[in-house]
Design a protein around this ligand. Sequence first.
Ligand code: FUL
Length: 482
Amino acid sequence: MKIRILMPVILAAVLNACSQAGPPEPYGPLPSERQLAWHELEYYMFVHFTVNTFTDKEWGYGDEKESVFNPSALDCRQWAKTASEAGMKGIIITAKHHDGFCLWPSALTEHSVMNSPWKDGKGDVLKDLREACDEYGLLMGVYLSPWDRNSAVYGTPEYLVYYRDQLRELLTNYGDIFEVWFDGANGGDGYYGGARETRRIDNRTYYDWPNTHKIVRDLQPGAVMFSDAGPDVRWVGNERGMGSLTNWCLLKKDEMYPGGDFARILGEGHEDGNYWVPAEVDVSIRRGWFYHESQDSMVRSPENLMELYYSSVGRNSNLLLNVPPDRRGLLHENDVASLLGFRELLAKEFASELAAGKKATSDVSRGKGYKAGNVNDGDPTTYWATPDEVTTGNVVIDLGTETEVNRILIQEYIRLGQRVQEFRVEAFADGSWQTLIDGTTIGHKVIRKFPVVSTSKIRVTILKSKATPLISNIELYRAPGE
Ligand code: FUL
């Protein structure tokens, strides 16, 4: 009799528990599969190489003779080997910069490697790079400058046909492209087939971007497209390597356009954005984007690159680090030494992870399948989650014994949206919880430094979140130094 009365109660409790254990609903704009794959890349190489390398300029005017392009020992394998040894996942090359010179033998212009002395005009840098990337297991991307100071028809509708046909060549003949880079710069004046004048275009309308984007989707469905305003990846708003501490992968991209004045917004993104458009930090290992001998002694040090890593990858952004080949067509020894030195530093910085497998508990959980232990199980597909109506909560990682810690890495399960607005990291030390970090957004990944603390427990509290927080990963490190 008693059991019969209790049955409905037990049943209700069981049903309740089951419904609680269901997967959380997606929240807000979501990343596409191609964007999710891009987030995983984190660090890759930018290669600025063209006639400028030989004329010592940053922006070629467009009247450079093809004959100036004459690398004495061009070797894309050296670039790829270096990128791979440096821990990078791909290479994006300036197939055409603002000067209009094409690094591949385009059928659409005379202004290319075809008319240069390099390999008697039979060379193709894009083809060489493709082979080198394949050999070293790297992805390949292309930068095709919309601004073309060489083209006589730049500024007219005819130029768009040319630009799009060039894009088609690049996206058809060189295998899989992981990222297409649409630069926003336009300085107005140029050679323009001999006119030598200033041509102004309306950045908002001239390029008719939606129809160019369709070509990329059609020919390279796996490629993400970068520009100031996406559609897939956005500029971070500066070229100093500084990601924003608050960094939403979201943007109201319809309100923006490439070349517009949106630098500040691009850093933080829009908290209430309606598209997933994460930030990429593009920065050069030297002062210039192109090689200049005068900058050989001004290459960023491994320590400086480490700072860049924290201010990009550590702030929910990808790092696109430019390493310009020299006049030989090789990455300079100083640049290579810095890149490899940085790789070594990185290995030491994150040598031993302290949280894996340690006991993790939470003050609130969604139930089975969403327990605190998911944050340090090494599985990126599992996550700690709270019940739907709960948007705060904490996870405590019990290190067992007093342990020195000075770095934390946290990841959200972004497949279901970016949610966290505020978080805090504390250490249990000297009998109380001490705040190490007050943070805002998390997203794909944040890595934060704090002074060495000796502690037995680390607590991560989600103080504010748009919806139930989903934390997939927490890692702790004791990096060398303070
Ligand atoms: C800018 C260009 O003007 C620079 O030359 C460089 O290519 C940089 C990555 O983007 O807009």
